[in-house]
Design a protein around this ligand. Structure first.
Ligand code: ADP
Ligand code: 5GP
Length: 213
């Protein structure tokens, strides 16, 4: 059972006692792979530098320029299974056959207790589970591709996955798209400039903050 992070009194963040700082929030991004979610997360985090990314754990191998401890904690299958058995994840999911992904309790608790607003990149099941735990403290954003054909094209052009992996991701996309209406916000990433703006506005409204222009 998840236990709510304890507020640490007397510690200060931005010169305000933590007891006076507003409760930190979570923004959960979710999208079929290839929709442009990473592109939009990078944009929002650049515009809202107070946001901190919660690094998930996975047993999939790094792709492209990914580094351990930056995009993911890249673990072995055995390590992932041990964390699952020990209850170390707030949520976890076997997103693709044999490929596990999970949010380490230690990672999110550390950030939230420090008063940081946190960005999570989760699959549809993970997003629903985090929403159940955190309620209105979490904003769930679904990034939708204009079509499955466009999704496949983007994955092929990104050229970071084998044809077999691309096929698995496209196959899962139809299932994931059926969850879109359950999210707080659904943004169609057709024109990237418009999608960036819509995503930023949604985050700013939720956090009630300005941004660096
Ligand atoms: P995800 O994180 O959802 O898997 P990425 O952000 O890696 O997706 O984007 C997949 C590919 O599509 C990347 O090569 C990215 O540059 C490209 N892309 C993202 N948004 C758009 C868009 N609106 N139009 C065309 N290409 C896009
Ligand atoms: P990718 O392999 O493309 O990085 O991620 C595949 C899928 O796993 C994406 O939908 C991504 O959002 C999801 N994912 C990444 N980390 C987590 C996590 O910690 N938990 C869950 N449930 N899904 C995750």
């Amino acid at each position: 059972m998840y236990s709510k992070p304890q507020r640490i009194e007397h510690k200060t963040i931005n010169n305000l006692p933590t007891s006076l700082t507003p409760m930190s929030k979570l923004i959960v991004f979710c999208a079929p792979s290839g929709s442009g979610k990473s592109t939009l997360i990078a944009y929002v985090m650049q515009k809202l530098p107070s946001l901190t990314f919660s690094i998930s754990a996975t047993n999939r191998p790094p792709r492209g320029t990914e580094r351990n401890g930056v995009e993911y904690h890249f673990l072995s299958t055995r390590e992932m299974q041990q964390h699952i058995a020990s209850g170390d994840f707030i949520e976890w999911c076997e997103v693709y056959p044999g490929r596990y992904y999970g949010t380490l309790r230690s990672e999110t608790d550390r950030l939230l207790e420090a008063g940081q607003d946190v960005v999570l990149d989760l699959d549809v099941i993970g997003a629903e589970n985090v929403k159940k735990i955190y309620g209105s403290r979490a904003l769930t954003i679904f990034i939708q591709p204009p079509s499955i054909e466009e999704l496949r094209k983007r994955l092929e052009q990104r050229a970071t996955d084998s044809p077999e992996v691309i096929e698995t991701r496209v196959e899962r996309a139809a299932y994931e798209l059926s969850f879109a209406t359950r999210f707080d916000k659904c943004i169609v990433n057709d024109n990237l400039t418009i999608a960036k703006d819509e995503t930023l506005q949604a985050c700013k409204a939720f956090l009630n903050v300005g941004s660096i222009d």
